[in-house]
Structures are given as structure tokens and as C-alpha cells.
Write a new protein. Structure first.
Length: 283
């Protein structure tokens, strides 16, 4: 092989190598930007919800529907369960309204807070720590989504609930800064809101509040945050319990009407990485 031929071969090999390397880089870049398969995903969640037995026990959770192919991914599932950290499952009805809530044909991503009523036996005094959502297809195969923990505490029915009505606005906030509630004192005596409990995950400051007889008072609690909130797709749900002093120093523990949700804002790049982590079992 003459010198010119060797030089030509070397040039060709160099061009081929550069092309392969460049192609590999392009594929890597495309791979990084690819979204995971269309499906239903759950945001990392924290929360505390207090219910009195006899109430409709439900769990409110923030879901993400990825549907680039124009089909509702929830339609492929027949059953949905929520599982505790001890492995106990509670089924919820997968209604047509829930399926519609999670699908927008004009968008490839839908994010919604969805309320799932839980079916099963609930006993006062028990505390349930929910950590998984299970989506089950008709053939029995399951998709398991770990989401963190949402605690549900079951209280005895309260005698004061109709006389001291505590309501929470159905607020959705991107800033975990404050919590508001309203007390409607229907009694002829002053009552004192001694304590409220928002769960172990949230730091807050709440002093006792006196609510005069036959009056309504709006109260704000300053939240000091929760570790890592807003650093990745995170969701916090609060439905607290209250300790009220009324009827000549008698204490009552009760739940509330309504709940408040919080979720930090994120970019598409962070969301895409988070959803891939869900697929790979890293969340």
C-alpha cells in the first residue's frame, strides 16, 4: 500500500471514529431527554389526616398522568389499593370521574390531587401509615408506586363537633408557610383551642386560642417547613386533629372538615428525572 493510500485510509478511519463518537453523544443526549413510559405516577408524599370513625375515610394524593400517545393510562387499570407499612391493603373504587380527572387530551402531562375513599374496617385508636399505591390490571398484574408516607389516625366520634365546627379551606398552595382554619363556636360559653396536631413531618408554632361564645374566628398557624420540601416533586396533605377545652374545663378531641394540600413547583427536567427514578425503583 502506497503512502497516499495509507493516508487516505487513516483519514477515513478518523472520520468514521468521529462519526461514531458523535453519534454516541447524540444518542446519550436523546436518552437523557427521553420521558419514561406513559403511565400513572405518584409524587413523593407526606401527610397527616385525622378522621373520626363514621366519617368517609379517604386518602388525598397527588398523581401525575403521562400520556403522550393520547390515551388515558388509567384506563388500563381495573383496581387501586393503598398499602400500609405493615402490608395491609385497602381497596378504593376506581371511578370514571377519577379516570377523567387524570386525563387531558390537550396536554401530555396532567397533575391532579385525587381523593380515594378507602374500603375496609377502621377502628378508633388505630393509626395507619400508608406508603404504597398499587394499580392492578384486569389480568392481575400490578404496578406498585412507593410514595413516602401519609398517616391516617382514627379518632372516637366527638361530642363537641356539632357545637364547635372547625373548617379548613380546600387550599392548594405551593408554599409551605402557613396553615389556616376557622372555628365556629355555637355554644353559649367561651371555648379554648388548646392544641392542634399537623403530623410529625411538619414543624409549626401554635399557641392556645380563645374563641368567644357564639362567635366565629379565623386562625393562622405559622409553618416552619418540613425537611427537603420543594427540592423535588413533593406533596404534603394536612387534615389535623384538635384538642378543645369546653363545658367547664372538659377536653374534647375532634377532627375537622376539609384538608389543605401543599406542593412545590418544579421544572420539566426535574420532573422527568423523578419519573425515571419511579420507573427504576429509586423512589
Amino acid at each position: 500500500m502506497n503512502k497516499n493510500a495509507k493516508l487516505l485510509l487513516a483519514v477515513i478511519c478518523t472520520i468514521v471514529c468521529i462519526s461514531l463518537i458523535s453519534g454516541g453523544i447524540v444518542l446519550m443526549m436523546e436518552s437523557k431527554e427521553k420521558w419514561p413510559p406513559d403511565d400513572i405516577y405518584v409524587y413523593n408524599s407526606k401527610g397527616y389526616m385525622a378522621y373520626e370513625t363514621g366519617e368517609d375515610i379517604a386518602i388525598d394524593i397527588l398523581l401525575c398522568s403521562l400520556h403522550r400517545d393520547g390515551k388515558n393510562p388509567m384506563e388500563k387499570y381495573q383496581n387501586v389499593y393503598f398499602e400500609t407499612d405493615t402490608g395491609i391493603r385497602y381497596q378504593s373504587d376506581l371511578t370514571s370521574d377519577i379516570k377523567k380527572t387524570l386525563f387531558d387530551e390537550n396536554e401530555i402531562i396532567s397533575q391532579s390531587i385525587v381523593r380515594f375513599s378507602l374500603n375496609g374496617t377502621f377502628v378508633s385508636g388505630n393509626t395507619l401509615n400508608f406508603t404504597k399505591m398499587i394499580l392492578q390490571k384486569k389480568d392481575g398484574t400490578e404496578t406498585v408506586r412507593d410514595f413516602g408516607n401519609i398517616v391516617i389516625e382514627l379518632l372516637q366520634p366527638s361530642e363537641i363537633k356539632e357545637q364547635a365546627v372547625i373548617e379548613i379551606p380546600a387550599v392548594y398552595s405551593v408554599k409551605l408557610a402557613e396553615f389556616q382554619y376557622t372555628v365556629d363556636n355555637k355554644t353559649k360559653n367561651d371555648i379554648i383551642v388548646q392544641e392542634l396536631y399537623l403530623g410529625e413531618d411538619i414543624n409549626y408554632e401554635a399557641a392556645p386560642v380563645l374563641v368567644p361564645a357564639s362567635s366565629t374566628q379565623e386562625i393562622q398557624v405559622d409553618l416552619l417547613g418540613t425537611e427537603g420540601f420543594g427540592n423535588f416533586p413533593e406533596y404534603v396533605i394536612i387534615k389535623p386533629k384538635f384538642k378543645i377545652l369546653a363545658d367547664r374545663e372538659k377536653e374534647y378531641v375532634c377532627s375537622t372538615m376539609g384538608r389543605t394540600a401543599y406542593s412545590g413547583t418544579i421544572t420539566n427536567a426535574v420532573l422527568r428525572e423523578y419519573l425515571w427514578d419511579c420507573v427504576n425503583g429509586e423512589r
